[in-house]
Write a protein of this length. Sequence first.
Length: 398
Amino acid sequence: MDKSVFDKVIDRTHMSSAKWNRYSDDVIPMWVADMDFDSPNCIKTAIQKRVEEGVLGYTMIPESLKSILVNHCQNAYDWQVEANHLIHLPGLVCALHLAARALTSEDDSIIVPGPVYYHLTKAPELANRHLESVPLLIENSVESFTEKAIDNMSEKDRWVIDKEKFETACAAKNAKMIMLCNPHNPGGTVYRREELEEIHALAKKYDLIIVSDEIHCDLILDDQKHIPIASLNEDAAQRTITLMSPSKTYNVAGLGYAFAVIANNQLRTQFNKARQSVVPDPNLLGLVAAEAAYKDGEAWRQELLAYLRKNREFIKNSLKDLPLKMASSEATYLAWIDASELNLDDPYRFFLEAGVATSSGSDFGNSQFIRLNFGCPTSILEQAMMRISKAISTLDKT
């Protein structure tokens, strides 16, 4: 079998890596959403060229990047975006927190379907807004992630929003904003058009702002198409703040660049006003990386997706022989695994002691789950799953 560029094991322990230097050397880190792959040559070449030009001073947003982003939205998602609707940011996390503070008041409620990436729940909480968590369900089931065990979950099932509880939350008189994650992290759900239309219909009915974290939108593994909720119609565009970034797809999170698309002039003005003197401009090299990624990185991205699909299949096959369950992971490189059948107080701690550092499900809303990052060489994934399997086998003997 031909070796892939993604098979290369890169030693990151000397790089001050947040992922690799958090734990001891005998632990395999599979936690934070940071892949262990080398970034595309087109990005590295562009950065090297810019550094050689020298004078790394204050910079403006290149007109060429604005055009590339507009073209990318059109070509990738059939979404017509205007350059003056773009806001360029040093990251997506600050944008979530900024939106909560700039566009809502302390008496307002922010609705967040979960389990979800923890900054979508932290943003309302740290802004002293009321967090209204709405559970996800296994499709065609009444069981939610809040249940101790999802008895009937299989790899063919999807996590979807509990429609009844979602509308109840939207109908509350203090409801102001929906924070959506699409594709969903950690569940891996890619929302279908009809599902997005239902979310928008409620947002319109109850006059809610939508903040949509779409950072994983270029990491869809199944035969689905990413649909920005803002692209549904003009009303959706006018009430939505869409957040995107090349950071996850092209593994350049350390360069600090993301962008927001805000078509509504009033929302954009409020967001920008709150941003001034608080949130810095993007990193110069982050801008260079973003332009190179969206201009020349598509071939690399397709190779990456093929490799991630292979890793996902390896996890699925490994779980068949273990008392662990995972619903359909349609996107991202993050496996959301139900470990409740192990009857452990803390599965995250159990696997950490076995030498595998996952993300604790408690960070997302349920300590009986773990999130495992499979954006790594298959050889590392094999070692991690072997350790997990061996650790579980010790439970059978006790």
